[in-house]
Design a protein around this ligand. Structure first.
Ligand SMILES: Nc1nc2c(ncn2[C@@H]2O[C@H](COP(=O)(O)OP(=O)(O)OP(=O)(O)O)[C@@H](O)[C@H]2O)c(=O)[nH]1
Ligand SMILES: [Mg+2]
Length: 280
């Protein structure tokens, strides 16, 4: 059998004039750390995982850049972590990366939102990272607010919440109803004061995130549950900021509104909540 070049695990990093390639994320981290001393450290890194986001990624990078610039956040970077998308996402990322404040990370032979985010955080060149989706579900205009809250309150983790006062969900009815229901059940199981366990929109101190001991593999957004649980357990100082979640505008929805999918989601999230709360 001929091996597909894309099935071999490989990491490619491009930012400005920098072009690096490695066989593992730790090797890539090492290569970056060698040159980073000679380049500038960043104030914040916005980590965005992508898979087939050609309709969104360029617009999102522009929107995040404008929103940070408008809030007078200087020297930020946007780290886009792509898993060999089949559309034009990879070339768009590289185009943006050439300009300098975007780092394009291409992973080959690896898939998954959670590991993409973690890898993005590992190669981030700053002490504070923001995690958000590429499809405008997490509003770029809110990013400075997460950072401001973090700085002013001395928090380690500030999460966007759709269920805190002032938060909302703009999505097709069934998707919205399912999210409200799941979240209610998860909140009940997990206990405590966190209102949104699966929002996926966070600002966090990089070293704190990397020091959390994640135990479970995650396929979709179940890692959010574990992130918030581990953060709480490790005594991180956390806060929530309300935000309006909007359903993806561009690109294919992997979840759509199929009942089988929603049930799969409920099973995964519910199982993870019980594992964390009672079996961890
Ligand atoms: N690097 C990487 N990113 C991914 C992968 N799967 C999804 N993503 C990205 O992770 C983010 C969240 O995924 P979504 O597909 O929006 O998940 P969702 O919000 O549950 O579902 P829809 O918006 O309905 O598709 C988006 O930016 C995706 O492009 C993956 O395997 N690898
Ligand atoms: Mg989405």
């Amino acid at each position: 059998m001929v091996e597909d070049a894309e099935s071999q695990v490989r990491y490619v990093y491009r930012s400005g004039k920098l072009g690096l390639e490695a066989k593992s994320i730790s090797e890539l981290q090492h290569l970056i750390s060698k040159v980073v001393a000679a380049t500038k450290k960043r104030s914040v890194s916005v980590v965005i995982p992508t898979y087939n986001e050609e309709g969104n990624i360029g617009r999102l990078v522009d929107a995040v850049s404008s929103s940070l610039s408008a809030a007078d956040v200087k020297d930020f970077e946007i780290v886009v972590v792509d898993d060999a998308s089949r559309d034009k996402t990879p070339e768009l990322m590289d185009k943006y990366a050439a300009a300098g404040n975007v780092a394009a990370v291409h992973r080959y032979g690896v898939r998954g939102i959670f590991s993409a985010i973690l890898d993005g955080v590992k190669v981030a060149r700053s002490d504070i990272v923001v995690i958000m989706d590429a499809d405008f579900s997490h509003p770029p205009a809110k990013v400075p607010e997460l950072l401001k809250r973090m700085e002013e309150g001395g928090f380690d983790l500030v999460s966007g919440s759709r269920f805190a006062n002032g938060g909302r969900i703009e999505a097709p009815f069934i998707r919205k109803a399912a999210t409200v229901l799941f979240n209610g059940v998860i909140r009940f199981v997990m206990g405590g004061r966190i209102t949104d366990w699966t929002g996926g929109f966070h600002a966090i101190r990089r070293d704190k995130l990397l020091s959390l001991n994640f135990k479970y593999p995650a396929k979709w957004g179940e890692f959010d549950l574990e992130l918030l649980y581990r953060a709480k357990k490790a005594g991180l100082k956390t806060a929530e900021v309300p935000f309006a979640y909007s359903f993806r505008e561009e690109g294919e929805s992997k979840s759509a509104e199929r009942l089988s999918f929603l049930l799969g989601y409920a099973w995964l999230y519910g199982k993870r909540a019980v594992q964390l709360r009672f079996l961890d």
